[in-house]
Design a protein around this ligand. Sequence first.
Ligand SMILES: *Cc1c(COP(=O)(O)O)cnc(C)c1O
Length: 402
Amino acid sequence: MKDYSSKAVHVGIPRGHAEPLGIPIYPAAAYQFDELDIAADEFQQNSGYSYIRMQNMTNKALEERLSSLEGADATVVMASGQAATMAAFLSTCKAGDHIVASSAVFGGTAGLLNNVLPNLGITSTIVDNNPEAARAAMRENTRLLWVETVSNPNGDVADLKGWADLAHEHGALFCVDNTLAGVGYLCRPFEHGADMIMHSLTKWAGGHGSALAGCIMVKHGSNIDNIPVLQDLKAQYGDQALSRKVRSIGVHQLGMTLSPFNAFMIAQGLETLELRMLKECDNALQIARFLKDHPRVKSVNYSGLETSPFHALGQKYLKNGFGAVMSFEVEDPQRFFASLKMIRMVANLGDTRTLCIHPWTTTHGRLTEAGKQAAGVTPYLIRMTVGVESLQDIIADLEGAL
Ligand SMILES: *Cc1c(COP(=O)(O)O)cnc(C)c1O
């Protein structure tokens, strides 16, 4: 199987007589050993099945499916996107190390960088969303660069190759939060130099908005000579040290393991990701054009519009569409939300339903005014994640609310 659509529905499902045609849910907390040597080896290597926190058959099937869709060598699923982000930070940095991140990152990511990591002695610099701004922030102890392929709320597209080159020039690693690009469907950051990819699987991977999950993906072969926290595992595992570290920190030690029930839910969602994204991207482009021409809309942010400052980067890095997220400014957000009939006010992304939110007072409400400005959030801004409903119904609802 070469193609996305085939892998999405086949990888992870066992083959053979009387095997189930689906991914079974294994809730068992532990696995049996039949020989003492095997048990001892398992506890030394932590490579197979012993206890649910370490590995689980449902989670493993999901990891295989995710790796095949994103072109990863290893995937570690975790209980949430936040858990995965924290595991990525702690797998590459220790006290005294430094991270450079784009200002166009998810609020929870900024929260970890600003409020949690400093207590562990890990510092960070948040810069404008371009590699030149990042270059000025690089230090000798910078170990990790972090961006989002497509950012929220404004759908800015990152210059992935530029960030990757900068990281590698300095012996640092480059991690991309690829959530808004939908598990390798719109963009495959490993092809542009990423060393690690993070996903909130709660969003497009699931699609149903009914299961919390996240993952870190790794491509083996990254240069990790300059990453102190990886040196012990490098001696033992060579270029698999990074993926080993992510699994060790994320699930073995911190226990941020994904529930097998949620793993099943995400695996089901992946089977229709392509179909959902196709419709959502198609809807989104038509809606962005409708909003751009609407007299009551002050501005629209969507890289699919030729007038967008991110159009060229979108064309370079995004295939199959420009994504399902956009933002726009209205005259009176209060009245806009009060007048919506079908579209719901919800903070999630990547749902099958079209959802709108007011970032100024909700998702970005805790930021300072300067922080909101840096994230491109104004009091008039509406963020929208476009769903799979009919284009006519979505536009009629927006028209009425405007
Ligand atoms: C939702 C989200 C996260 C956090 O993921 P959770 O699954 O909610 O913990 C991280 N990054 C992006 C871009 C997100 O949309």
